[in-house]
Design a protein around this ligand. Structure first.
Ligand code: GTP
Ligand code: K
Ligand code: MG
Length: 492
């Protein structure tokens, strides 16, 4: 009889995929038995406020506040009078929901109280809950941490949830939702399974050597699996950090000669008076940065000093800062006065920034550049007139708003190239942590290839698999978890 691949894989796996096997509560030290409660909807006066509990005393808490009523049917809303268990004083008429564990968000017994959103109602109900023995207020992110501990979410899903809560633009929301849906985690799982199989082949060879019982070419099969995985990991790492940019915002830097209308454009795009606008050249000196939603993408928009030489020390420092910021840009918006293209400052800017631009940043990566000819309202009807070698550009008037729609459309295309389109393609790596572990996995695979004996090769595969496990949160250290859960608010 020959050993089939299934048998081999089963031998090496010794149980289910470590990534799919999620954290147990014991592993996370949550055995305190405390039941937590918090306001889970936003603070302040509102129509409805949602208060949640999680933990073994949830049912007791619900009974205490709705006495003498029984628990409502699981996962079904009921209208109940809530009263303070100490004084019996009515607090509110509320919708209550009972989620017995493990079929709840955290995996524990949970209760949701949908109360009227007045501050006095909310604080009255929170105080009443606090008076129930075994209940204490939740810490930031504690509900999600319990969900993670009970295997309801893996770490990449937790990160997706944090990003979803913080998402400010459409593109960020899409990316976060995909991660919350577990796409990145699933990908890691598939990769880990590939490694498990490759490891099975290597270990079988170690155990049985040239034995007749062993299927032919087991080592070659392991090699080819590892090669395919290397290609996949490499492709993911070469994503130009699009997922990270989408999470934290692309750096868009507005530059141009003095008085081209850079500050006017920044104010127009951010819809607020970020920068001072004046007819005096050299108005902007410092770099002024503002986060904006640009056509659905998050961006950090920087206004900078007009580029020119031969000025006083203060403005010269502004120009130095502007050039420094330009180096860090993902996208450069180069602004020129359309009615002043022949001036020395315009020509100089075209020759030094625009024409060699779209070029290299100091990091060696390619920068994108968008040329905008502003003040189109000052042009004669026939356009800017002859201007040799003008690269592709857009016409705009910050004064009248003409050309703004076209500019936003182009910005959307450019930012989609910088940040990636979160709706299509493979899930993007959204954090430095993800890159670190994928790179670690890739490095381990290169040790596998260079290993002089099979025991070392097998160990390299185990290291590689461990990196994928860390990415999905298996065996993650407390410090990493603390950093991730710190992003959450109380009640989530
Ligand atoms: N006619 C016209 N004037 C404009 C337009 N955009 C800006 N301006 C005017 O141009 C002058 C300079 O505008 P700013 O936005 O301060 O220009 P800037 O490039 O930031 O200038 P510095 O910071 O000094 O480099 C101001 O008087 C604006 O009102 C436009 O589209 N049409
Ligand atoms: K100005
Ligand atoms: Mg300015």
């Amino acid at each position: 009889m020959r050993w089939g691949l299934w048998t081999l894989a089963a031998r090496a796996a010794r149980g289910p995929c470590s990534l799919c096997t999620r954290q147990s509560s014991a592993a996370q030290g949550l055995g305190s038995g405390a039941t937590i409660f918090a306001l889970s909807s936003g603070q302040g006066r509102c129509g409805i406020a949602v208060i949640r509990t999680s933990g073994p005393s949830s049912s007791h808490a619900l009974r205490s506040l709705t006495a003498p009523r029984d628990l409502p049917p699981a996962r079904s809303a009921r209208l109940r009078l809530l009263s303070d268990p100490r004084s019996g004083e009515p607090l509110d008429r509320a919708l209550v929901l009972w989620f017995p564990g493990p079929h709840s968000f955290t995996g524990e017994d949970c209760v949701e109280l949908h109360v009227h959103g007045g501050p006095a109602v909310v604080s009255g109900v929170l105080q009443a809950l606090g008076s129930v023995p075994g209940l204490r207020p939740a810490e930031a992110g504690e509900f999600t941490r319990r969900a993670f501990a009970h295997g309801k979410l893996n770490l990449t899903e937790v990160e997706g949830l944090a990003d979803l809560i913080h998402a400010e633009t459409e593109a960020q929301r899409r990316q976060a939702l995909r991660q919350l849906d577990g796409e990145l985690g699933q990908l890691c799982c598939d990769w880990a399974e590939t490694l498990t199989k490759a490891l099975a082949h290597v270990e079988a060879y170690i155990d049985f050597g040239e034995d007749d019982n062993l299927e032919e070419g087991v080592l070659e099969q392991a090699d080819s699996k590892v090669r395919a995985l290397e290609v996949a990991l490499d492709t993911h790492l070469r994503d130009a950090r699009r997922g990270q940019r989408l999470r934290s915002g692309a750096h868009v830097v507005v530059t141009g000669p003095p008085n081209a209308g850079k500050s006017s454009l920044v104010n127009l795009l951010s819809r607020k008076p970020v920068s001072i606008v004046s007819p005096e050249p050299g108005t902007t000196r410092d770099v002024l940065e503002t986060p904006v939603d640009l056509a659905g993408f998050p961006a950090l928009l920087s206004d900078t000093a007009g580029l020119r030489d031969g000025v006083g020390p203060v403005e010269q420092e502004g120009v130095r800062r502007a050039r420094e910021r330009l180096e860090q840009a993902d996208l450069i918006v180069a602004v020129l006065d359309a009615s002043d293209l022949a001036s020395p400052s315009s020509r100089n800017f075209l020759d030094t920034v625009v024409v060699p631009g779209g070029g290299q940043s100091s990091g060696g990566s390619t920068q994108r550049l968008l040329l905008v000819l502003n003040k189109s309202d000052l042009l004669p009807p026939q356009g800017p007139g002859p201007c040799p070698a003008l690269p592709p550009h857009l016409l705009l008037s910050c004064l009248t708003g003409e050309g703004l729609d076209g500019l936003l459309e182009t910005l959307k295309t450019e930012l989609a190239a910088v940040c990636g389109d979160p709706s299509t393609g493979p899930p993007l790596l959204t954090r430095a942590r993800h890159r670190h572990h994928l790179q670690g996995c890739l490095d381990a695979l290169s040790h596998y290839k260079g290993a002089e004996d099979l025991a070392l090769a097998a160990e390299a595969l185990r290291v590689a698999r461990r990196h994928l496990a860390h990415l999905a949160g298996g065996g993650g250290t407390e410090e990493i978890l603390d950093v991730i859960f710190r992003d959450f608010c109380v009640g989530k």
